[in-house]
Ligand binder design. Structure first.
Ligand code: HEC
Ligand code: HEC
Length: 256
């Protein structure tokens, strides 16, 4: 590698990795990581893919749905539909156990499912990522992880990509729980700003997602829990049933 390029990578890494809030355990201040095996050039490529809205066909980037910060460290007002990818390289399973073993490496710890489902990059996870892209994502995940993260994420799932009957049952029950609650519109306005407006805009059009109309009101709860096309789902630990009831109350009161 040429010296200017090597220098650029060394200087570039701390800058590229500094998107997190103050007090974050992200090692952007020093640029050092506790993963000796990280290939920096590959990790930089992985970070580029992570932010690239043209990586797939839906116009969304990984970074529209996942943070690269330690979520235990405030302040993160924004509520991302997916969990932080910090620690993903060290996990032994993903998608609530649907992916494990060798598939973790091949799918970049579950990334390939998102590439199919949300980025519309390919028809199947096996076609979604090249070998180099998987390695680049894993190198990036490793570069921002401490190695102390849990070996899997226990997100409270309602959606099981491999089990449609279970998913349908979970969603029906969620709909019933949400419609039994009274929504608080002012609280919902804050939640909408933090969880929805990055894609749906707020008065403004972001171009990432359609602005919401009255015609979808009746299906809002289900769409938030199940997703729809490139629209991500929010699991129970991302938004509670009360949060969703509040968001619906806000949208009802503000949408024409
Ligand atoms: C439209 C939103 C969206 C986009 C875009 C998206 N994801 Fe996801 N991703 C999710 C959701 C929702 C889940 C479910 C699990 C969760 O909440 O993290 C998920 C799951 C994952 C997981 C597995 C989490 C586990 O269970 O261990 C990884 C890793 C991941 N995404 C990485 C990526 C990467 C890398 C990209 C870009 C190529 C990407 N995602 C694009 C929403 C998205
Ligand atoms: C990462 C981007 C993203 C986030 C965050 C997001 N959405 Fe969406 N949403 C989309 C996209 C893209 C679509 C269009 C999906 C399609 O039809 O293919 C959509 C569609 C919808 C629809 C259906 C609209 C219609 O006319 O059919 C509703 C309702 C909706 N979103 C509500 C929400 C709410 C409420 C939130 C916050 C809790 C939210 N979305 C967060 C990207 C997002």
């Amino acid at each position: 590698m040429s010296r200017p390029l090597a220098l650029l990578l060394l200087l570039g890494v701390p800058l590229l990795w500094s998107a997190c809030g103050k007090g974050s355990s992200n090692r952007s201040e020093t640029g050092k990581t506790s993963f000796p095996a990280v290939d920096t050039a590959l990790a930089v490529f992985g970070k580029k893919l992570f932010d690239d809205r043209n990586f797939g066909k839906s116009g969304l980037a990984c970074s529209d749905c996942h943070s690269e910060c330690d979520e235990a460290v405030p302040p993160l007002d924004r509520i991302y539909p997916g969990h932080s990818i910090v620690g993903a390289a060290g996990r032994t399973q993903a998608w609530n156990g649907i992916i494990s073993g060798d598939a973790m490496r091949e799918t970049a710890a579950g990334t390939a499912i998102c590439a199919v489902r949300f980025l519309k990059k390919a028809k199947s996870p096996a076609e979604a990522l090249s070998h180099r892209e998987s390695k680049a994502f894993l190198a990036f995940f490793a570069a921002i992880s401490t190695g102390k993260e849990p070996d899997h994420l226990a997100w409270r799932a309602l959606v099981y990509p491999g089990d449609t009957a279970k998913t349908r049952r979970n969603l029906e029950q969620a709909d019933e729980r949400v419609s039994a609650l009274t929504g608080n519109a002012p609280r919902g306005a804050v939640l909408f700003r933090n969880a929805c407006s990055s894609c749906h805009g707020e008065g403004k059009v972001t171009g990432l997602a359609p602005s919401l109309s009255r015609s979808v009101m009746g299906r809002m709860g289900r769409i938030i829990r199940a997703g729809k096309g490139a629209m991500p789902f929010f699991s129970m630990d991302r938004l509670s049933d009360q949060d969703i009831a509040d968001i619906i109350a806000h949208v009802r009161s503000s949408v024409q």
